[in-house]
Ligand binder design. Sequence first.
Ligand SMILES: C[S@@+](CC[C@H](N)C(=O)[O-])C[C@H]1O[C@@H](n2cnc3c(N)ncnc32)[C@H](O)[C@@H]1O
Ligand code: SF4
Length: 396
Amino acid sequence: MNALSAEVHRFLPTTPADPGFGVYVHWPFCAAKCPYCDFNSHVRHQAIDQERFARAFAREIAVMAGRSRGLTVTSIFLGGGTPSLMEPATVGAILDAIAANWTVAPGAEVTMEANPSSVEAERFLGYRAAGVNRLSLGVQALNDEDLRGLGRLHDVAQALKAIELARSTFPRLSFDLIYARPGQSVASWEAELARAIDLAADHLSLYQLTIEHGTPFYALHKAGKLKVPDGELSADLYEATQSVTRTAGLPAYEISNHAVPGAESRHNLTYWRYGLYAGVGPGAHGRLMGRLGRHAVATEPNPERWLQMVEDWETGTTIDDALSHQEEADELLLMGLRLTEGVDLKRWRQVSGRDIDPTVEADLVAQGMVERLSPDRIRATPAGMLVLDAVVADLA
Ligand SMILES: C[S@@+](CC[C@H](N)C(=O)[O-])C[C@H]1O[C@@H](n2cnc3c(N)ncnc32)[C@H](O)[C@@H]1O
Ligand code: SF4
């Protein structure tokens, strides 16, 4: 165990029975739009008035805190877009507003996503001073040709420097890679992954490239100009990912997330264990309790419209829907089956008011898609993880 993984145990753990309460903050701007990305991210050619945005974040934080009184924040996640385009003072103002409006647990995890360009790395110390204690770095690939192909603005040398700097600045570090890239073979991915594991601390997010509707990659793919691994090769790449990370002591705890046991992302576990969370900023999603039970809450995605809404009405909330028992049960299953620890069926029964259909389950077990870990816990097998939406649709 290296120094970073020892450090992680100081951070507040959560459990399946007590999934914690998270605050997600969305920074919606990027320096350039990556051709595969369909996240709520926008490029602006004029300077962003960060002080004005920080004031708006503080106002919406007060509104969301008013809707979740009595809950203690166990994790904060600054995601994007590219949050590392924020000045440290903006990050400080947002974290201060969270601490002023909620009780934040000692040892709470405070993660920030960052891109590894040198300009952004220069701000790492400032982010640490503002209260960030975990960095999630968007490395994506460890060869320059593929980084260019993904439209990234950094090269491998910058990524390596950013990893080194992040390791000496933050108590916890994770980085992201995208695999199943055009032209990638199992052997080249295994070699790249082994190098990534050498560089990593105790957590890695490894995402299969998805061709998202409406992106430039989608148009290229449709026109036959972008060849990505087919189903069989993708499954082989996924299996290689599981096996290399398991052997290295960072097994999967979720479809795309791998950690030394104990170093999992508390914030993401809150989502997958179906805890409550508040979403703040343009296009942020939350799950909060309302008078009729759990609500799905979401805000206006367009940054400038969101800003105007907050300035006029304190929040950019556009969706605030009470979930039916069935919707809640479906979400619980969809989230929980992503996890290696699986889903608590007692809780599913409480929410849905019924049992899993034994015939459907027996079919899925026979096909090798799901397995019971105990009388009250079910999980997807690695084969089931590859077709999770279909498995959930069958079970739900
Ligand atoms: C939306 S980004 C935000 C963080 C930061 N802007 C970045 O690019 O690293 C979060 C992660 O989503 C992943 N991602 C985005 N689009 C994807 C896609 N189409 N396929 C696979 N992974 C994707 C990337 O690995 C990225 O690190
Ligand atoms: S992948 Fe990250 S940097 Fe690229 S457009 Fe999406 S949010 Fe922005």
